[in-house]
Design a protein around this ligand. Structure first.
Ligand SMILES: NC(=O)c1ccc[n+]([C@@H]2O[C@H](COP(=O)([O-])OP(=O)(O)OC[C@H]3O[C@@H](n4cnc5c(N)ncnc54)[C@H](OP(=O)(O)O)[C@@H]3O)[C@@H](O)[C@H]2O)c1
Length: 279
């Protein structure tokens, strides 16, 4: 079984350098896929209230036999629950569905700026951390402005920001902002999902040069950018391959060539956090 290096967050806790995305895994098939991911060696599971699979995540952890303390569990508060009390209740509900005493990283799923309550939701997550319900406080789909707002309001910097990031949308500017603030970048849709550029020249060339698959070349690109990717796969073989990206290194030119696939309109579905909202 592969061992994955860890990354240290600014609050001193650690996170595996690669995680496992659990959307849209549900039901018995979903549990099986998550157990197989844990057996392959994943120790970071990314879920959300809106994925409707927190029970399955908890069940997979118990069935896998992997000690709870070895697994980092992330979940996310949905947009409809940004009011302070509702956000606290959302975390409590997640704990109940997961069957856990504590969530390792609780995130705000989307900022939903037209609702205007993401600072309240963030305060609630800080309160949950103080009550021990949450180990670390993070966010998802936050822009630099949203980050500045929550930091100014609370004095607490999120440990991580989980954003859309793949070769077609490498988020160079936001990554630089994260670096200045000491925020870890996590990548959702790290392969680019249905638009995965497996056949693009820089990806195919890097894969061939290192004797790996195009998906492994892309996931290694994330690691070398300092990003924690969260690939999802239902297939045990692809799960294992996606985790096995620590035995080779891309050259700086290969990393730059893959980054050069980025385009201003490279988002998968127009998920600009200033305008795209999810409740
Ligand atoms: N915070 C947010 O707003 C947000 C938004 C979207 C996603 N997410 C998180 O990010 C996770 C991953 O995102 P995603 O599922 O959208 O995209 P992804 O991981 O980039 O792509 C998943 C797709 O790629 C396929 N795949 C996986 N490994 C492969 C490989 N080695 N070779 C070829 N195909 C492969 C999967 O099919 P198979 O399953 O058949 O292998 C699946 O169809 C989600 O599960 C979720 O946890 C968060």
């Amino acid at each position: 079984m592969a061992t994955t290096p860890t990354r240290t967050l600014q609050d001193g806790t650690t996170l595996p350098a690669t995680g496992f995305g659990t959307y849209p895994l549900t039901g018995e098939d979903g549990i099986r896929a998550m157990v197989s991911a844990l057996e392959a060696g994943y120790r970071l599971l990314d879920t959300a209230v809106n994925y409707g699979n927190e029970q399955e995540v908890g069940e997979a952890i118990r069935r896998s036999g992997v000690p709870r303390e070895e697994i980092v569990v992330q979940t996310k508060v949905p947009g409809r629950d940004h009011a302070f009390d509702r956000a606290v209740a959302s975390v409590e509900g997640s704990l109940e569905r997961l069957g856990l005493e504590q969530v390792d990283v609780a995130l705000i799923h989307w900022p939903n700026p037209s609702v205007g309550l993401y600072v309240d939701a963030y305060r609630a997550l800080v309160e949950c951390r103080e009550r021990g319900l949450v180990r670390s406080v993070g966010v998802s789909n936050f822009t630099e402005k949203h980050l500045a707002d929550v930091i100014e309001a609370t004095g607490v910097t999120p440990v991580l920001n989980q954003v859309e990031l793949h070769p077609l949308f490498p988020q160079e500017q936001l990554r630089a902002a994260h670096e200045r603030l000491g925020i870890l970048t996590e990548a959702w849709s790290p392969l680019g999902k249905r638009n995965a550029p497996f056949g693009a020249d820089p990806v195919a060339a890097a894969a061939q040069a290192h004797g790996v698959t195009p998906a492994q070349a892309i996931l290694r690109w994330h690691v070398q950018l300092g990003v924690v990717p969260l690939p999802k796969s239902s297939d045990p073989e692809r799960q294992r391959a996606n985790l096995d990206v620590f035995g080779f290194e891309l050259s700086p030119d290969e990393v730059a060539a893959i980054s050069a696939l980025g385009r201003p309109d490279g988002r998968l579905f127009g998920g600009d956090p200033d305008t795209h909202e999810e409740m």
